[in-house]
Design a protein around this ligand. Structure first.
Ligand code: GTP
Ligand code: GTP
Ligand code: MG
Ligand code: MG
Lengths: 282, 296
């Protein structure tokens, strides 16, 4: 019977370093490498090409929960207005991602409505307004400092009245460790549901690809607070790989709907786990 | 915690005379794990472990310490060494104005930190001018103006012509010139976020630096940054040249290992910490506090 040949430890170490460098996290990497060694039993591990192929398959398999339905099919099968709540910590790209999604919808012949529910940060409403004007969509906005739940409520009410297809609600960045801010998010969610039962139909958590292990804590807390239904991974045009989504996929089974690959309004792509894995291990 | 894990590892070694390769191997494994989970870059971790191993092996186990405590002591000292002992904060030039240029990745917290620095130095009686040098991000100028308005600090914005041209070098030159002519003590340049691999935009920063010769070039970095901190920081240091670092969003629960990576590859001091969204949320860097947080 054919006996396997052990993989070259230097080759394994190289793959292991690539995965650590991509922010998969040391515990996830240890588990992935264990699975790889198991898969290689009985095989000729001295073939680097084979090791690469098995590792690729292993990672794609682990990422299965991250590969969900694209946003378009959610909308196609969802209610109208389809309410999307966008949340996440400070500076990750929520506002810019909303502009990108709105552009995509407009190009698909849909009518989105933006809701400026970040009433806290300086010029947040102005920023969303500039994007709305560029894309050619409307914005529901109150004054700076208004109650974000009230803005969200008005946004959903207006969406129903105007019979728009999609509502995109922009919220203020907030650290998941701030319980009062997470409570505010819970309130926004309750108020939206009150005005539109079942809403938000998609709660998108935006994650920055440059963030390390803390993204897992972010995902857990935001999921606990609003029931996250999808992830967006931004800034993948940089050198960070966002490998933490592997840990998030394993633990929380959350699909990555979209990825941000630049600062322009068209820099939005669907998540493809195969392409993602290829970026991790070359 | 790491100290507790060490206690368990070294319980069985009580009374042995010298720290050996063998008995510290397990402890070093725990240190490696703790640092990686804290987001310290894996190459930095490797070097760190090596230095600790060299320092620890052959050390006499002091009568007053357990072997576990001894290794912790070496780890702690090595971390402190890496964090740097320079005084934190920013010294203003004896001949005003001091020009400070803020640089960094998108969303790191540059604009907000400009506001915080303005408030910090205004409280010391200094006259501060903030310069809105990001012509690209929607409402970036409005954002800085809004902060300046709340703080009652002047903000220089590009005029119509400059804004249309989006010539960042000209905008910064005009801002510094005005700051100099009108007797400001501190001029802070708020540049737009950019990728360290964007040659054109990194070139723009090089051109600004050459044109206005700032006393300080501060890299603003997010405390939750992962392994990429090394690539990012070394590129900013190599291509632009930094004088210091500001770490933001420190009040969250990220372990902050990125600070060690950034220190290691730039060799530059951490000058300030951003510890909140409000403009008073600025602290001086505390190496000890940061070190214990990284070790977990
Ligand atoms: N390179 C790159 N930059 C991005 C991407 N997405 C967003 N950005 C930039 O990141 C910065 C922050 O984006 P915002 O949309 O303001 O982020 P935010 O989450 O709304 O920020 P807060 O509301 O302040 O929490 C801006 O400079 C954006 O242009 C991306 O995919 N790639
Ligand atoms: N929690 C927390 N948030 C911060 C801190 N510093 C900045 N922020 C937030 O981070 C987000 C991004 O801040 P900005 O000042 O717009 O970042 P920036 O680097 O100027 O972004 P770009 O110009 O797009 O590159 C905003 O929501 C800020 O309020 C901090 O110390 N703690
Ligand atoms: Mg925003
Ligand atoms: Mg800015």
């Amino acid at each position: 019977r054919l006996r396997g040949r052990a993989a070259d430890p230097a080759v394994l170490e190289e793959f292991e370093s690539a995965l650590i460098a991509s922010d998969l996290g040391v515990r996830v990497v240890d588990r992935v490498m264990e699975r790889l060694k198991k898969q290689l039993q009985g095989a000729d591990g001295s073939q680097t090409g084979l090791v690469h192929r098995v590792l690729r398959d292993t990672l794609i398999e682990v990422l299965t929960p991250a590969q969900g339905l694209p946003l378009e099919s959610l909308l196609a099968n969802g209610p109208k207005p389809f309410v999307i709540l966008v949340v996440g910590v400070n500076g990750v790209g929520k506002t810019t991602t909303i502009a990108k999604i709105a552009q995509r919808l407009v190009q698909a012949g849909k009518v989105p409505l933006l809701v400026a529910a970040d009433t806290f940060r300086a010029a947040a409403i102005d920023q969303l307004q500039v994007w709305a004007d560029r894309v050619g969509v409307g914005v529901i906005r109150h004054r700076h400092g208004a109650d974000p739940a009230a803005v969200a409520f008005d946004g959903v009410a207006a969406a129903k009245a105007r019979k728009v297809d999609v509502v995109l609600i922009d919220t203020a960045g907030r650290l998941h460790t701030k319980s009062n801010l997470m409570d505010e998010l819970r309130k926004i969610t309750r108020v939206i549901a009150g005005e539109c039962p079942g809403a938000p139909h998609e709660a998108l958590l935006v994650l920055d690809a440059t963030v390390g292990q803390n993204a897992l804590a972010q995902a857990r807390q935001f999921h606990q607070a609003v029931g996250v239904t999808g992830l967006v991974l931004t800034k993948l045009d940089g050198t960070a790989r966002g490998g933490i989504v592997v840990a998030i996929a394993e633990e929380l089974k959350l699909p990555v709907r979209l990825i941000g690959v630049g600062e322009s309004v068209e820099d939005l792509q669907d998540f493809d786990s195969t392409a993602f894995v290829d970026a991790l291990i070359g | 915690s790491l100290s507790e894990k060490f206690e368990n590892i070294f319980k069985k070694l009580r009374g042995t005379g010298v720290l050996t390769e063998q008995n510290i191997a397990e402890a070093l494994k725990e240190v490696r794990l703790a640092l990686l989970e804290a987001d310290v870059n894996f190459k930095i971790v490797k070097d760190f472990i090596e230095r600790v191993r060299e320092k620890a092996i052959g050390q006499e186990v002091l009568k007053s310490l357990t072997p576990g405590h001894q290794v912790v002591k070496v780890v702690w000292e090595e971390l402190r060494e890496m964090m740097g002992r320079e005084r934190a904060g920013l010294a203003l030039a004896s001949n005003p104005p001091t020009v400070v240029m803020m640089v960094g990745l998108q969303g790191a917290g540059k604009t907000t930190t400009c506001g915080k620095l303005g408030r910090y130095f205004k409280a010391q009686g200094k006259r501060v001018l903030l310069v809105a040098a990001d012509p690209r991000r929607p409402a970036a100028g409005d954002q800085l103006s809004s902060l300046g308005h709340d703080l009652e600090i002047d903000v220089h914005r590009a005029d119509q012509a400059q804004a249309a041209q989006a010539d960042v070098v000209r905008i910064c030159q005009a801002g510094v010139e005005r700051g100099r002519d009108q007797g400001y003590d501190l001029i802070v340049l708020d540049t737009g976020g950019r990728l360290h691999i964007d040659d054109e935009l990194m070139g723009e920063l090089v051109a600004v630096k050459a044109a206005v010769q700032p006393q300080e070039v501060l890299l603003v970095a997010d405390a939750m940054t992962g392994q990429d901190a090394v690539t990012m920081a070394s590129q900013f240091e190599q291509r632009i040249g930094l004088t210091g670092v500001v770490l933001t969003k420190v009040e969250g629960d990220a372990r902050g290992g990125a600070v060690l990576s950034i220190r290691a590859v730039t060799g530059k001091p951490i000058k300030f910490l951003g510890v909140g969204e409000k403009l008073d949320a600025l602290e001086l860097f505390h190496p000890d506090r940061m070190a214990s947080r990284i070790l977990g």
